[in-house]
Design a protein around this ligand. Structure first.
Ligand SMILES: [Zn+2]
Length: 277
């Protein structure tokens, strides 16, 4: 029994250390700036999750910066906990809806923003982004879901709006890894801290690749409305097929440790970040 508890304690300490490193990695890779956040389900208590207090993720440095919340209502387990993030209902509602989801990242990354407002479908462009839906990522438009009394500042401020956002991921099992949020950013779910960090970083990379591909194609073949003989000569963009997204997702899962170890080394080497957990 004592051995088991010791093992549990060691695993929890490692998880908290990984959580802090993940926040640093997400900042270093521009997934998070002063805003946006990571959450992880508590490894011992499935009805709780962990987030940081109300500070920029790159400045989180110890367990004292972390807070436990109830999945049910996103309220702190310790009522006297420090101030937390306003949008923690995003995380609680996704963790509530999907029992096998263990980590969530919410980001305001600039690279992804055009796909939240332009109507251009966000599609998987390369083998590292096979976790994206082969059809198109859903776009949550908060403007469709405000009720009387809601502050229309685009933030997901309550469990109702968080619940609607969570429903965009699917029914039963998640059908999507990423949901875009109109004029705001995106949210990504994963099975672990490492998994969700990988998905978040490669969501940004995919946005960069897709934007460059669309611009490259328009520059070469002409923009929309430029036609020859009445026929649009631009070829179809070659996104990953559903079969390819499934196979590459499995491939990425097997090799997730490699980028994680590299990114960990990067944030340890910069000298900017502190992880005392
Ligand atoms: Zn936000």
């Amino acid at each position: 029994m004592a051995t088991s508890t010791t093992t549990d304690d060691a695993q929890l300490r490692q998880l908290l250390r990984d959580f802090i490193s993940a926040c640093h990695i997400l900042h270093h890779h521009r997934v998070l700036d002063a805003f946006g956040h990571l959450s992880v389900r508590h490894p011992r208590y499935a009805d709780r999750f962990i987030m940081s207090r109300y500070i920029a993720p790159g400045t989180i440095s110890s367990e004292r910066d972390l807070i436990e919340y109830w999945v049910d209502d996103a309220e702190p387990v310790n009522p006297s906990a420090s101030k937390g993030y306003t949008e923690r209902c995003i995380h609680s509602e996704i963790l509530k809806r999907f029992k096998d989801v263990h980590a969530v990242v919410h980001s305001h990354a600039e690279a992804v923003m055009p796909y939240t407002i332009s109507g251009v479908p966000f599609r998987p462009c390369s083998h590292m982004a096979g976790f994206l839906s082969s059809t198109s990522c859903p776009v949550f438009d908060i403007g469709d879901h405000y009720e009387a009394g809601d502050r229309k500042d685009m933030l997901v401020r309550n469990t109702r709006l968080g619940g609607v956002l969570a429903s965009y991921f699917g029914e039963g099992e998640p059908a999507h890894s990423v949901v875009l949020m109109r004029g705001h950013g995106f949210t990504v779910q994963g099975s672990s801290i490492m998994d969700v960090v990988l998905r978040a970083v490669y969501t940004l990379q995919n946005a960069s690749v897709q934007t460059t591909a669309l611009l490259t194609q328009a520059a070469y073949f002409g923009g929309p409305g430029v036609r020859s003989g009445g026929i649009d000569e631009r070829p179809e963009m070659h996104y990953l097929t559903q079969e390819e997204t499934e196979a590459t997702t499995e491939m990425s899962r097997r090799s997730a440790g490699r980028p994680w170890r590299l990114w960990l080394r990067e944030v340890e080497a910069t000298g900017m970040y502190v992880n005392a957990a």
